[in-house]
Structure formats: structure tokens, C-alpha cells
Ligand binder design. Structure first.
Ligand code: XIL
Length: 342
């Protein structure tokens, strides 16, 4: 009974209790430090995704790495115009649907990529000669594709790569035939087709402050002032080794200040497999993650693939976080640590 416990005994019990509490809290806090990209990003309120392709779904390590490490997917090619509307008015979604159902059954966010882009267009689009016909085709494509996935897409890359490096508009068929308004027209069509998806403009070489990113910035500001729907800007961030711009964070922040989310959408780093390059690559990736985490509206980071061997840049570029055997590279570790994981 309690009255038999001496003062000394009470002290020992108290000490033992405190020690147990301290040790178990140390143990559990260590055990709960996130150990995957997706869970570490989640602890920071972010998504960490990868571009995926159904061409590799037969490889078990491809899917097991995706499922273990990533909390988001972007179809690498399966939602593009040539894949979804190969002939006018007839839509094919089987490959894209496969990615969507995999993502949904694993609780992953889905980035739609991409509705209007000058590349990977089917021949029938490139052959349209009248501007009103092209505008109708574009609107119908957006209604068909964004409508099919309505309610399932977190972010849509509505328009991709519409600017040149000097900030002028790229001379795509859309620009040439429809003119400047093709972009806002596409965003309005996307909003109508999937009102709950966040609608993004996406481009490359825009991660730093330069003529191109400033042109995108001015467009977003203009859209916001005129009530054109735009919710986010995607920064592809295909890096050249050692060239993360020092103003990346302030660039992301100036966009966020316009009232849009910012996303790192296609991150990779063209390195080579020498060990010094892999260390530089790890540093580059770390800087990108740090820049994103410093901006509260930077809500997701996506690498453009999972394993080096399937990178669009070729295996020798060693551009991603996992090598050709799915081993974690130095860049994987630097990303995980930058996200606060261990
Ligand atoms: C690339 C894919 O990775 C390749 O498989 C395909 O052959 C060409 O397109 N910017 C983009 C992506 O927005 O859609 C591109 O993806 C890479 C550059």
C-alpha cells in the first residue's frame, strides 16, 4: 500500500518513470521520423510525386519503388493530345486510366499533363488550317479530356511551354492561328470541364528570375486582374548540373504572392555517373527542395521519372533519385534530409 512507500522509494519510482518517458519519447520520435519521400513531404504538408509511364508497369521494382516512396503521379505521356485524341473526336483513355486507378488505390495525388502543348500533337491537329476550326478543336479536346478525369485531378497543366526564352510567345500552331488569347481560352475551357481541379501554366527554364519567367509572371498577374481562372504555376526545373539559380526561392515567392500555388513539376538534373557529379546533383536537388519548402504555397515537387534507366534524358544523364537498379542515390538522401526525413 502507498503508506508503506518510503520517501526514497517514491523518489526512485518517480525517477524511473521520468526515465522511461524520456527514453520512449526518444525512441518513438526517432521511429516516426519519415523514411520515405512521400511521408517526409506529407509531414511538411507537401506532395512528392514522380512522372510515371505505363510502359514500365510490368516491372515489379518500378511499381514497388513508386508505391513505397511517392505520394503523387504525373502521367509522362498518357494524357497528352496524341495519346488521348489520336483522331478527331475519338478519345482513348485506357493507358491514362490505368495510371489514375493505380494512383487512386494507393492514395496518390494525380497531376494531369497536359491539355495544350505544341509537342506530341496528332497530325490532324497540325493540319488544321482555319483558326476557328483550331479553336473548336482545342475547346473540344479540353472538354473531352478534362471532362473524362473530372474530380480526379489535383492539378492540371492546362497549357505547357507557350513562351520563348526571351519572353515572347512561342510560335506554336495555337499562337499562330488563335493568337494570344489561346491560353486564357484554354483555362476557361478547363475550368468548365473540371471545376475542382487546380489549373496551372507549366514551363521550363522558369525556376529563376529571367525574361521567360517574368513573361509568365506578367501573364498570371494579368489573368488574376481580369478574373481569368488560373490557380497555379508549374516550374518544370529540368536542371543543368550545378545551375540552380540563387534566386529560385524569391522567384517562387513572387508567383505565390500573386495568389497562385507553385509546383516543381518535372525535376531532374542532367549529371553523369562520376561520383563528383552525383554529389553536385545531390546539392542541386537539396537546393530545389529547400527553395520550395521556404515558400508556403509551394505545395508539390515531382521528379520526371523514378529510375535513371528510364529517364527521358537517357540513362547516362543519371538525372533522377534512383539509379538503374533502384538503389538510392546521394540525391535521394539529400532530398529526404531536406524534407526533414531520416
Ligand atoms: C517527355 C517524355 O518524358 C518523353 O517520354 C517523351 O518522349 C517526350 O516528352 N517537358 C514536358 C514533358 O512537359 O511532357 C516532356 O516529357 C519533357 C519536357
Amino acid at each position: 500500500m502507498f503508506h508503506h512507500i518510503t520517501r526514497k522509494g517514491f523518489f526512485v519510482i518517480t525517477l524511473a518513470f521520468l526515465l522511461t518517458t524520456l527514453l520512449s519519447s526518444m525512441f518513438f520520435s526517432k521511429a516516426s521520423a519519415a523514411s520515405t519521400l512521400g511521408s517526409a513531404a506529407a509531414a511538411k504538408g507537401r506532395t512528392f510525386g514522380a512522372a510515371v509511364s505505363t510502359t514500365h508497369f510490368g516491372e515489379s521494382q518500378y511499381l514497388s519503388t513508386l508505391d513505397a516512396q511517392f505520394s503523387g503521379v504525373t502521367p509522362e505521356n498518357e494524357m497528352k493530345w496524341d495519346a488521348t485524341e489520336p483522331s478527331r473526336g475519338s478519345f482513348t483513355f485506357s493507358a491514362a486510366d490505368m495510371i489514375v486507378s493505380h494512383a487512386q488505390s494507393h492514395g496518390m495525388k494525380i497531376r494531369g499533363h497536359t491539355l495544350v502543348w505544341h509537342n506530341q500533337l496528332p497530325g490532324w491537329v497540325s493540319n488544321i488550317s482555319s483558326s476557328s476550326d483550331l479553336l473548336n478543336a482545342m475547346r473540344n479536346h479540353i472538354a473531352g479530356v478534362a471532362g473524362h478525369f473530372r474530380g480526379k485531378i489535383t492539378y492540371w497543366d492546362v497549357v505547357n511551354e507557350a513562351f520563348n526564352e526571351d519572353g515572347s510567345r512561342r510560335a506554336s500552331i495555337f499562337q499562330q492561328k488563335i493568337g494570344n488569347v489561346f491560353i486564357e481560352d484554354a483555362f476557361q475551357a478547363a475550368r468548365a470541364a473540371d471545376p475542382n481541379a487546380k489549373l496551372c501554366y507549366n514551363d521550363f527554364n522558369t525556376q529563376g528570375i529571367n525574361a521567360k519567367s517574368t513573361a509568365v509572371f506578367n501573364m498570371v498577374r494579368d489573368f488574376k486582374s481580369r478574373g481569368i481562372p488560373i490557380d497555379c504555376v508549374g516550374f518544370q526545373t529540368h536542371l543543368t548540373l550545378g545551375q540552380v539559380p540563387s534566386d529560385m526561392q524569391s522567384n517562387l515567392q513572387r508567383f505565390a504572392n500573386l495568389g497562385v500555388d507553385v509546383n516543381i513539376t518535372e525535376l531532374d538534373d542532367n549529371a553523369n555517373s562520376s561520383s563528383s557529379a552525383l554529389q553536385q546533383e545531390a546539392t542541386d536537388y537539396q537546393k530545389v527542395v529547400q527553395a520550395c519548402l521556404a515558400v508556403s504555397r509551394c505545395t508539390s515537387i515531382t521528379t520526371w521519372g523514378i529510375t535513371d534507366k528510364f529517364s527521358w534524358l537517357g540513362a547516362n544523364a543519371a538525372a533522377l533519385l534512383f539509379d538503374g537498379n533502384y538503389n538510392k542515390k546521394p540525391a535521394y538522401t539529400s532530398v529526404l534530409h531536406a524534407l526533414g526525413g531520416a
